[in-house]
Design a protein around this ligand. Structure first.
Ligand code: HEM
Length: 57
C-alpha cells in the first residue's frame, strides 16, 4: 500500500470513504483501470478491509 511506483499511497486513503473506494476500484478512475472484470465485489470488499485496517506491517 505504501509508495507504489505507479499508483497512490493507500495508507492515506480516507477511512470514511468506503463507497468512493469501492467505486474507484470497481470502475477505475483517472490513471487506474477498472478491476470489475478481474475482482469480485467480495474481493474488493476484502481489499477495503485490508486498507481500512492498515494492512500487514
Ligand atoms: C487491485 C489493486 C488496487 C487497488 C485496491 C487500488 C486502489 C486504488 C484507490 C482506492 C485509488 C484512489 C481512488 C480515489 O481517489 O478515489 C487508486 C488510485 C490509483 N491507482 Fe489503484 N489500486 C489498485 C491497483 C492499481 C494498479 C496495479 C495500478 C497501476 C498500474 C494503479 C494505479 C492507480 C493510479 C495511477 C491511481 C491514481 C489515480 C489519480 O488519482 O489520478 N492501481 N487506486
Amino acid at each position: 500500500m505504501e509508495n507504489p511506483q505507479w499508483a497512490i499511497d493507500l495508507t492515506a486513503f480516507p477511512k470514511n470513504q468506503k463507497i468512493r473506494f469501492m467505486d474507484s476500484v470497481t470502475y477505475g478512475i483517472r490513471g487506474m483501470p477498472a478491476w470489475e472484470d478481474i475482482l469480485k465485489t467480495e474481493e474488493i470488499q476484502a481489499l477495503w478491509t485490508y486498507v481500512y485496517t492498515g494492512g500487514i506491517k
